[in-house]
Design a protein around this ligand. Structure first.
Ligand SMILES: O=P(O)(O)OC[C@H]1O[C@H](OP(=O)(O)OP(=O)(O)O)[C@H](O)[C@@H]1O
Ligand SMILES: O=c1[nH]c(=O)c2nc[nH]c2[nH]1
Ligand SMILES: [Mg+2]
Length: 165
């Protein structure tokens, strides 16, 4: 890992893996759906968009909106700000609505989002311990000192063999 990072470990997720894990999330969400099913999905941009699309596809939810919260500049966190809200005429207080994000870390992003839609069900693919209480359903927990690398932030590249010549 790059030594400017405060995180001890890296958890590198491929497209295949995020697809699999987002499907596992959809499966869990189906199990806790209200009668008649979830009525809408709100993706937290940008990281929540890919998992939200997969969840919406698996659960056949056609109403999909976004909320944009900016809190990180690379790996430095500042106070989260809502830059774009969903259509509140449709979302209301969040009853029957799924909020989807790729991960929860400190939980600060979700705190802001939940305040806008207090009755929504919050789902993330990955969760770190500090933010776990902000999430209703998630798939995989990683330790707080792990940085999760998503496929949209990575590229295939050459690596040196373990044993040099
Ligand atoms: O629980 P927290 O400590 O608030 O952090 C979690 C949030 O941070 C990342 O988004 P980011 O703000 O980096 O924006 P992005 O999704 O556009 O990459 C991630 O996708 C979550 O939304
Ligand atoms: O790509 C990311 N990986 C992480 O582990 C993380 N935590 C907050 N924001 C994050 N973004
Ligand atoms: Mg995000």
């Amino acid at each position: 890992m790059n030594d400017r990072l405060p995180h001890e470990k890296g958890f590198h997720v491929s497209w295949d893996q995020i697809h699999r894990d987002a499907r596992a999330l959809a499966w869990r969400l189906q199990g806790v759906a209200p009668e008649g099913g979830w009525r809408a999905v709100v993706a937290i941009t940008r990281g929540g968009m890919a998992p939200a699309m997969i969840v919406a596809r698996e659960l056949d939810i056609r109403t999909v909106d976004t909320i944009s919260v900016k809190s990180y500049d690379h790996q430095t966190q500042s106070e989260p700000r809502v830059i774009k809200s969903p259509d509140m005429d449709i979302i209301g207080d969040g009853e029957g609505v799924l909020i989807v994000d790729d991960l929860v870390d400190t939980g600060k992003t979700l705190e802001v989002v939940r305040a806008k839609m207090p009755k929504a069900h919050v789902a993330t693919v990955y969760a770190k311990p500090m933010g776990r209480s902000q999430v209703n359903t998630f798939v995989t927990e990683v330790s707080q000192d792990t940085w999760i690398f998503f496929p949209w932030d990575m590229a295939l590249q050459y690596v040196e063999p373990y044993r040099g010549t």
